[in-house]
Design a protein around this ligand. Structure first.
Ligand code: KIV
Ligand code: ZN
Length: 526
């Protein structure tokens, strides 16, 4: 499946252009439980490319064969954005990143090493002089593979200024074109980050010939503010993620940065190349594939971001929308009405709706989706855009999975233990098991566990409604943990138990992929 471009030509502008470097697929995917399948990563890469992201950090190729393959496939598929791969400062890492990036039309190697006293002493066990030598060696090696090299000073905001200047100077001399100053632990405040970028630009020889970049984490809730302070100080690249996904509290949220720049051009005289009308779609896709729900009151893309409940606000809005709205909902891709169709809608209308939502399916995928739409319309009076999106995303998430849900019957109520009978397709073989449980979810999961044996603990079970009404589709997320590794699964259906079973199965599929990387026999289907 590939997406349809909805981007419009950017108006000519005399404002300074800020490069948007998206790291949803690398730093974002690193957050516990947010791992994505290859198919999901390709979908995310497509949407990032279409929305105008300048650089896509597609992964960390040395980390695993799965990461390598994802970077390689994204590199071979994306035509517009620069594709970037991360590497530590070792030759092996850098060469592996270069190999994964080979199919890309435009490629970047991003190499990093920690520069703060704390990290050098306790993590790297290296002296500052050794680290400095590594900076030169790693950038030089990366430059042998590509002209486009980015160097990062991990824990840059807690690094001594004199030493940071020496490292940046060494990276520039060795040929790095982008210098990234991460606030790795989200410790900085805007004034301090502004001063740091300004200091580097003033003091380091050759600073005028490179692009400075921000990479801010959100541990104190200041990632976006710090990134904006960075560009006011002269940085011209911002590293960020959709929905602010990322290690611990996450990274700076792409949608917030882009809309802050667009909305407050008076104090932030910059431009990005992002088609803002795709922000909500990208947010939903990333939320779906990572199974990280977007909080209702999240800026820009939360369900309530444009909702007006109080009488005074509604009255103001009716008189003039600008009274309470600083951005137009349609500018971020919120559709005014999302009611689509019902069971009488035909193939043509369904295809048009998919295109309007940005999906272009191949014939087989279209027929599958249409069948599922008809099934849904039989059970649900009104089918909304959100329902169609959940249905197509479900299809995407399930592509290539080894275990699929075939049938489920649950009996539960006040009369005793619940009972579930589940049929799964495991590698093309149908298996049915029955189990009792403490409630319908427990019984369903127990029956699935009888078919797919595993030692994972269920850490989270969460249900939300895709739309309003009692016939709304339920969207279920589960988080499973095994040996300290977490995966998240997701499923949607008008029947909450079916959605739950789908979510559990999707989590098991992810666990299977993850375990196969390290111990192929650890998760048995039996
Ligand atoms: O937060 C960080 O320091 C990073 C680097 C690897 C760029 O993610
Ligand atoms: Zn980071």
């Amino acid at each position: 499946m590939s997406e349809v471009s909805q981007s419009t030509p950017q108006p000519a502008s005399d404002k300074d252009r800020i490069l948007i470097f998206d790291t949803t697929l690398r730093d974002g995917e690193q957050s516990p439980g947010a791992s994505m399948t290859l198919e999901e990563k390709l979908q995310v890469a497509d949407i990032l490319d279409q929305m105008g992201v300048d650089i896509i950090e597609a992964g960390f190729p040395i980390a695993s064969d799965g990461d390598f393959e994802a970077v390689q496939q994204i590199a071979g598929r994306v035509k517009r954005s620069v594709i970037c791969g991360l590497s530590r400062a070792s030759a092996k890492d850098i060469d592996r990143a270069a190999e994964a990036l080979r199919p890309a039309e435009r490629r970047r190697i991003h190499t990093f090493i920690a520069t703060s006293p704390l990290h050098m002493k306790f993590k790297l066990n290296m002296t500052p002089e050794q680290v400095l030598q590594k900076v030169t060696d790693s950038v030089t090696r990366a430059r042998n593979h590509t002209d486009d090299v980015e160097w990062s000073a991990e824990d840059g905001t807690r690094t001594e200024h004199d030493f940071l200047c020496r490292c940046v100077e060494a990276a520039i001399k060795a040929g790095a074109g982008t210098i990234n100053i991460p606030d790795t632990v989200g410790y900085s405040v805007p004034e301090e980050y502004f001063a740091l970028i300004s200091m580097l630009r003033q003091r380091v020889p050759g600073a005028d010939d490179v692009i400075f970049s921000t990479h801010c984490h959100d541990d104190l809730g200041m990632a976006v503010a710090n990134s904006l302070a960075g560009i006011r100080a002269g940085a011209r690249q911002i590293e960020c993620t959709i929905n602010g996904l990322g290690e611990r509290a996450g990274n700076a949220a792409l949608e917030e940065i882009v809309m802050a720049i667009r909305t407050r051009g008076d104090v932030l005289p910059f431009d990005t190349g992002i088609d803002t009308r795709m922000l909500v779609r990208a947010s939903r896709m990333v939320s779906t594939v990572s199974a990280f729900p977007v909080q209702y009151n999240k800026a820009i893309v939360g369900k309530n971001a444009f909702a007006h409940e109080s009488g005074i606000h509604q009255d103001g809005m009716l008189k003039n929308a600008e009274t309470y709205e600083i951005m137009r909902p349609e500018d971020v891709g919120v559709s005014q009405t999302s009611l689509v169709m019902g069971k009488h809608s035909g193939r043509h209308a369904f295809r048009e709706k998919l295109v309007a939502l940005g999906y272009q399916l191949g014939e087989n995928a279209f027929e599958d989706a249409f069948k599922r739409f008809k099934d849904l319309a039989d059970r649900k009076k009104h089918v909304f855009d959100e329902d169609i999106e959940a249905l197509v995303e479900d299809e995407v998430a399930a592509a290539g999975e080894r275990i699929r849900m075939i049938a489920l019957t649950v009996i539960s109520g006040t009369g005793g233990a619940a009972r579930a009978t589940v049929t799964l397709d495991v590698d093309g073989r149908h298996e049915t098991r029955e189990s009792h449980g403490d409630g319908p979810v427990d019984a369903t999961f127990a029956a699935i566990r009888k078919i797919v044996e595993h030692g994972a603990d269920l850490m989270l079970y969460q249900v939300s409604a895709v739309t309003e009404g009692t016939d709304a589709q339920a969207e279920v997320s589960v988080r499973l943990e095994e040996n300290g590794k977490t995966v998240t699964g997701r499923g949607a259906d008008t029947d909450t138990m079916v959605a739950s079973a789908k979510a559990y199965v999707s989590g098991l599929n992810k666990l299977m992929t993850r375990r196969a990387k390290t111990a192929p026999e650890a998760l048995r289907a039996g």
